[in-house]
Design a protein around this ligand. Structure first.
Ligand SMILES: *[C@@H]1O[C@H](CO)[C@@H](O)[C@H](O)[C@H]1NC(C)=O
Ligand SMILES: *[C@@H]1O[C@H](CO)[C@@H](O)[C@H](O)[C@H]1NC(C)=O
Ligand SMILES: *[C@@H]1O[C@H](CO)[C@@H](O)[C@H](O)[C@H]1NC(C)=O
Ligand SMILES: *[C@@H]1O[C@H](CO)[C@@H](O)[C@H](O)[C@H]1NC(C)=O
Length: 222
């Protein structure tokens, strides 16, 4: 009897370990942070100073692509122009960016694809592929960067990079260090919350796995 109980618990544990592997290997953590790293590697290779990863900018980048979700046109372009006021009137309040710390957004790069692409190909094939985005990436006056990404069910996958020339760590400051943000979908760089982009199927798989873990030992008892 004791033996059987042990096996049962071990099975559940094994299932959760399996799930962890499924989810983790899918995104290696937060792909928004990975993209910031790629941006900074590219700058470093050109002897440019690295950009500070700003969670406030990242959160607003995620808001930006949430708004543009219906507007992925062909060739990874996003046909979307939110009014400038949206940054201060919608994105910042939604993120809890303290308005007195709102700096200057010096540029943005947005791209979309029909499905999720790893950060490295997303960087070179979706985001930084023309002169305009390259000059933003290389601009010496930029000091901060934030990345947001989100995928929609059966729909396209969006990335957004926002740049700023604000003073590091004192612009786009998040209230409570971002603890209050209810991030339903997607992920952003510098976030203290885990990513939940494109993991719907993995979570579903977890439920199936857990269910079968519970059922198999039960069936064995019958
Ligand atoms: C998205 O595209 C539609 C149709 O082209 C357009 O009317 C709308 O303004 C776009 N949305 C934004 C936020 O630009
Ligand atoms: C760099 O960004 C600043 C601020 O947005 C802009 O005024 C300047 O023209 C940019 N420089 C280049 C080389 O694009
Ligand atoms: C930086 O990125 C651009 C755009 O993908 C690429 O053309 C360039 O080779 C990269 N530079 C370095 C040093 O990696
Ligand atoms: C900004 O904050 C980060 C994380 O708290 C820290 O590692 C970094 O040194 C700070 N940078 C500056 C210029 O204060």
């Amino acid at each position: 009897m004791v033996m059987k109980k042990l096996c049962f618990c071990e099975l559940i544990l094994l299932c959760h370990l399996l799930l962890a592997t499924v989810v983790c290997s899918k995104h290696h953590g937060n792909p928004a942070n990975d993209l910031v790293e790629i941006i900074n590697q590219n700058r470093t290779a050109q002897k440019l100073p690295i950009l500070n990863d700003s969670p406030g900018l990242g959160c607003m980048a995620l808001q930006y692509v949430e708004l543009c979700k219906g507007n992925c046109s062909g060739n990874s372009a996003v046909n979307c122009k939110p009014p400038d006021d949206d940054f201060t009137e919608v994105f910042a309040p939604n993120c809890g960016v303290e308005l007195p710390t709102f700096g200057t957004i010096t540029g943005h790069i947005v791209g979309c694809q029909s499905k999720y692409t790893e950060p490295s190909p997303a960087f070179s094939r979706v985001l930084v592929k023309d002169k305009k985005s390259l000059s933003l990436l290389k601009n010496k006056s930029n000091t901060e960067v934030g990345v947001g990404l989100v995928g929609f069910h059966k729909g396209p996958f969006f990335w957004c990079i926002l740049f700023s020339n604000g003073r590091t760590n004192s612009t786009f400051v998040l209230e409570d260090r971002g603890q209050g943000i209810k991030q339903k979908k997607g992920c952003y760089s510098g976030s203290s919350f885990p990513c939940n982009a494109g993991q719907r199927s993995a979570v579903f798989l977890n439920h199936i796995l857990t269910l079968s873990c519970l059922l198999i030992p039960l069936l064995n008892h019958i």
